[in-house]
Each structure stands twice: as structure tokens, then as C-alpha cells.
Design a protein around this ligand. Structure first.
Ligand code: TMP
Length: 223
């Protein structure tokens, strides 16, 4: 989205399991709000009541619950509702939208699995995301073992209703996932910025704010 003369910004956060997206989002909201912006935080899959219902189908249950094509369609059904009801209206209202995961997650999680999947994803991206591309995507990069240890300790707290379907996939899946994110960043260096997620939360916050300010100094100052 072109931000010249506008205050709206679409920021997405991406990364493997346990990469620290939630912590960074809370900190970014505090910083950007203090600068006078109206910030909306949301997540995928989810963000609207319909998309949250679809989320339950996707993140709970056994790792093999869905075949990958069904999974892609469900993620995109949720994404369409989210874009239509929440993301686009908020951006049109001049707000900053921070979304915990967006279409890069589908590319990285489902797209790594085959050519057919990649083609379906590309067509859905063009038709559903269309021009509503993130202005900046922060990719939190962490080694697979550390990330999964963090994510599993979080899920153990959740009890029987836990959202561990993707974390339960094999370690090779998570390694490919990390590689897929790094490849996305290499292919779109203007939009995608990789942050070393093993740094401290304070350091990560500063790096992220610098990246946002460098790219959108006018929007942030004029807000
Ligand atoms: P979360 O744990 O970050 O809330 O995300 C839920 C899970 O859904 C996470 O394991 C990543 C996965 N996911 C995909 O596989 N494809 C997608 O398009 C999205 C948005 C999430």
C-alpha cells in the first residue's frame, strides 16, 4: 500500500513457532500509540468472528487432520473475511494495522509442500490479497530447537484445548519453514526485514522501531 500522504500502515509479523511475535507486537503497539497513532492489532488465522471459527478448525486436532489443499482453502477463507471486514476498513480509516501472521505464513507453511500448492497459493494471493500488500513485514528468525521449546512450553499451559497442531509437525518441517521465510525475505527485500529473534526483547523492539521509522518516517512523525 502506498503511504505517501496517508497515516495508514499495514505491518505484518512473521516467523516460526516460538519466535516471539506476540511480545514484539505488544511493544510496538505501546510505542506507536505513544507517537499518536491509532493502532489495531489482529492475527491470522482469525481477527473476525468468522475467521476465528475457521481458526479453531485449523489449529486444533491432529497434525494430519487436513490435507494441505484443504488447509490452504481454509486459511484463505479466513483471510478473505479478515481483509473484507477488518483490515481494509481500518486502513481506509487511516489506522496502523499490525497483523500477527498474514499471507507469508501460507507461503511458508503450506507453500513449501509442493508445486501444485504453490500455484494455488499464488492464484489466491492475487485474487484475495490483491493490492492489500503489507507495507512492511518483520520476520523473526530463530533456530528451530529454541523456537519449538518456547512454543511447546506455552502450549503445555493451554491444557486439553491446546493449539498445537502445527508445532506437532516433524522437525524437518520446521527447518524447511525457516528456510522458506528466509527465501521470501531474499526475494522481497524492500518489504521483508529479517530480525534475529535470539536477541533480547528490548533489542528486538529497537530494531523493529528503527526499521518501521526508516521506512515510514513521514507517517510516524505526522501521525
Ligand atoms: P499462531 O500460533 O502464530 O497463532 O498461528 C497459528 C498456526 O497456524 C501456526 O502454527 C502457523 C499456522 N499458519 C499456517 O500454517 N498458515 C497460515 O497461513 C497462517 C496464517 C498460519
Amino acid at each position: 500500500m502506498d503511504n505517501a500522504g496517508k497515516k495508514s500502515l499495514f505491518i505484518t509479523l512473521e516467523g516460526g513457532e516460538g519466535s516471539g511475535k506476540s511480545t514484539l507486537i505488544k511493544r510496538l503497539v505501546a510505542r506507536l500509540t505513544a507517537l499518536g497513532n491509532t493502532v489495531v492489532t489482529t492475527r491470522e488465522p482469525g481477527g473476525t468472528s468468522g475467521a476465528e471459527e475457521i481458526r479453531n478448525l485449523l489449529v486444533k486436532g491432529s497434525a494430519e487432520r487436513w490435507d494441505v489443499t484443504s488447509e490452504i482453502c481454509l486459511f484463505y477463507a479466513a483471510r478473505e473475511d479478515h481483509l473484507y471486514r477488518l483490515i481494509r476498513p481500518a486502513l481506509e480509516d487511516g489506522k496502523i494495522v499490525i497483523c500477527d501472521r498474514f499471507f507469508d505464513s501460507t507461503r511458508a507453511y503450506q507453500g513449501q509442500l509442493g508445486i501444485r500448492e504453490s500455484n494455488i497459493i499464488k492464484a489466491l494471493e492475487e485474487n484475495i490479497v490483491g493490492p492489500t500488500m503489507p507495507d512492511i513485514t518483520l520476520i523473526l528468525d530463530i533456530d528451530v530447537e529454541t523456537g519449538l521449546t518456547r512454543a511447546n512450553s506455552r502450549n503445555n499451559i493451554d491444557g486439553d484445548d491446546k493449539e498445537g497442531r502445527f508445532e506437532a509437525k516433524k522437525i524437518e518441517f520446521h527447518q524447511k519453514l525457516r528456510d522458506a521465510y528466509l527465501e521470501i525475505a531474499r526475494n522481497e527485500p524492500e518489504r521483508c526485514k529479517v530480525i534475529d529473534a535470539t536477541k533480547t526483547p528490548d533489542e528486538i523492539e529497537e530494531i523493529a522501531m528503527d526499521l518501521i521509522a526508516q521506512k515510514f518516517s513521514i507517517s510516524l512523525k505526522e501521525a
